[in-house]
Design a protein around this ligand. Structure first.
Ligand code: ATP
Length: 263
């Protein structure tokens, strides 16, 4: 048996760099969309591609042709489906984010303990405001948007651009305030807007006591990379919504942990 010359299969230095770069990019894309709705869509697309590959190999002509229509327009589908994510990624890449705003950098340079202290100072006014809402049975809806998508929020909101403070949150949500109806949106460590009308979730399996406030709180986390605190006017209970799911009646310790992670 003749040995084949394997030298042509030996990767060159450039090939290795090429593969490492692709791995690096895939890793960062995965990190960017991990745990988001976009990750589920990506998994769906990968399944579609794998299925198309299998039916092609099995020579199942009709199915192969139908799936082929989807896979041949792959890049267009990806751009359309991930329009928001691509937009945010480009925005983020181009944005000259300050060190304090960027938690990861802050942690890298100043250590985790300092970052946590810094974060606690940021979330304290929000937790204090929620304690007050619970005590006084004031309904509230506070959204934490990872990226403030102006198109999404601005049309239905009152613009604020204000420093986060317990008293400001209390004044917004007190019943006589003209801004109390709707949600407050927090992003970039600021109260960006108030009185926002958000999309409602159309989930059918929600508890009977969940009305429009809860539906809006859940709905915004389905449509956006955002989390939401919902304080019930009826019961004073605090719920926390993320990726279309809701944790009901959480304690303040739990709320602090969740905000530490997400805000
Ligand atoms: N689309 C929306 N976006 C943001 N906020 C909304 C929206 N729809 C209703 N809300 C807010 O929810 C309030 C009405 O709450 P509703 O009683 O229906 O909700 P709930 O989920 O039962 O909460 P609660 O337990 O506080 O009664 C409105 O006054 C308004 O402030």
């Amino acid at each position: 048996m003749q040995l084949r010359d394997l030298s042509s299969f030996m990767p060159s230095f450039i090939d290795v760099v090429d593969v490492l770069l692709v791995a690096f990019i895939i890793y960062h894309i995965y990190n960017l969309i991990r745990g988001t709705i976009a990750a589920n869509i990506l998994v769906g697309l990968l399944i579609l591609y794998a299925l198309s590959f299998v039916v092609d190999k099995l020579h199942m002509q009709l199915l192969s042709r139908i799936l082929g229509y989807f896979t041949s327009g792959g890049i267009v589908i990806i751009v359309v489906v991930f329009q928001q994510e691509i937009r945010r990624f480009l925005l983020l890449a181009g944005k000259n984010a300050s060190l304090q705003r960027n938690k990861a950098w802050w942690q890298y340079f100043f250590g985790k303990a300092e970052a946590e202290k810094n974060n606690y100072a940021r979330i304290k006014p929000i937790i204090d405001a929620c304690k007050s809402f619970k005590q006084t049975r004031t309904g509230a809806l506070i959204v934490f948007a990872k990226y403030y998508d102006e198109q999404f929020y601005q049309n239905s909101c009152e613009l604020m651009e204000a420093k986060i403070s317990k008293r400001l949150l209390e004044s917004i949500f007190q019943k006589n305030s003209p801004l109390h109806d709707g949600a407050v949106v927090i992003a970039d460590n600021k109260i960006k807007s108030a009185s926002c009308i958000l999309p409602l979730t159309d989930k059918q399996d929600l508890p009977a006591q969940f009305g429009l406030r809860h539906r809006a709180g859940i709905g915004v986390t389905e449509a956006n990379e955002a989390t939401a605190i919902i304080v019930s006017e009826e019961t004073g209970e605090i719920s926390y919504a993320k990726q279309g799911r809701v944790k009901m009646n959480i304690s303040f310790v739990e709320l602090e942990k969740l905000l530490n992670k997400d805000f």
